[in-house]
Design a protein around this ligand. Structure first.
Ligand code: AMP
Length: 288
């Protein structure tokens, strides 16, 4: 597996792959890799000839006062995991390499970023779209893989590619969970034992909300109230940013549920901000 730290090395490697007629599957990450990340790598390996993974903790997507400085890192462990999962190259640039002095260009998706995490993390998605477009220009992938764990991010990137005619196919991948239902996340490392246990309520509340809708509850407020009650019972809950039921495509709040929706939650347990979600497809068969 090749390890590249400069943009020019990465670009010439991609160019040589394309010259040999190979397709490139790309998985952008911030490192501290877990099975969720590796599921994207696996999908990319199935669908493309060479898999490139980037590891970059992107400062422009961390709003002031968030966890940029303590974001977990384990470069050696990450490289070992990627190597044993058959990745062709890993791209690990420095902040200076990505944002040299004088940097001043940003990309923004304006509507899809207004609700959910965009409401609570000003500037976050502008940082995400900017870095992803830069990474696409560097890696030149045919397909790029994003987890539905960050559902809004997936929709925002999909929109950016459509709007700016970026010739990269965005492939959404299912959420990978721990045995007790907690969505895997690099940020779970921040949780104490008690917080870790309490945090499983997020997934259970979302599943309860999904069940209510599939059993014909149409009033979003009622579903949200039930979920909120469940989550608020947990002692280590610090704050709920949102419990929302939104249109699957526009991500706008829905009050009467008569089409496919996303149930999405962002809440703090201790100092860890956790997000999770589930799609609710109305006319699919449902096994209660
Ligand atoms: P991150 O390193 O947190 O920026 O995540 C990199 C990519 O992995 C993003 O596309 C995430 O949505 C995806 N990802 C993170 N956690 C999970 C998970 N539990 N299941 C599926 N994909 C995930």
């Amino acid at each position: 597996m090749k390890v590249f730290r400069t943009i020019s090395e990465m670009q010439s490697y991609s160019k040589s792959l394309h010259k040999d007629g190979k397709t490139i599957g790309f998985v952008p990450t911030m490192g501290y890799l877990h099975k969720g990340h590796l599921s994207l790598v696996k999908k990319a390996k199935e669908q493309t000839d060479a898999v490139v993974v980037s590891i970059f903790v992107n400062p422009t997507q961390f709003e002031p006062g968030s966890d940029l400085n303590r974001y977990p890192r384990d470069e050696k462990g990450d490289i070992d995991k990627l190597e044993s999962n058959g990745v062709s190259a890993v791209f690990i640039p420095t902040v200076k390499e990505m944002y040299p002095e004088g940097y001043q260009t940003y990309v923004e998706v304006t509507e899809l970023t207004k609700n959910l995490c965009g409401r609570f993390r000003p500037g976050h998605f502008k940082g995400v779209t900017t870095v992803v477009l830069k990474l696409f220009n560097i890696v030149q992938p045919d397909k790029a893989y994003f987890g539905k764990k960050d559902y809004q991010q997936f929709r925002v990137i999909e929109r950016m590619c459509r709007d700016l005619n970026i010739n990269v196919q965005i492939v959404p991948c299912p959420i990978v969970r721990e045995k007790d239902g907690l969505a895997m996340s690099s940020r779970n490392i921040y949780l104490s034992k008690e917080e870790r246990k309490d945090a499983t309520i997020i997934h259970r509340a979302i599943e309860k909300g999904k069940k209510m809708i599939l059993e014909n509850e149409r009033d979003a407020k009622k579903v949200i109230e039930t979920m909120e009650k469940m989550i608020r019972e947990k002692k280590t809950l610090k704050k709920i940013d949102y419990i929302s039921i939104v249109d699957l495509h526009t991500l706008k709040d829905v009050s009467f549920i008569d089409s496919d929706v996303l149930i999405a939650v962002a809440a703090y347990f201790g100092s860890a901000r956790l997000i999770d979600n589930a799609e609710v497809i109305l006319n699919a068969d449902y096994d209660a």
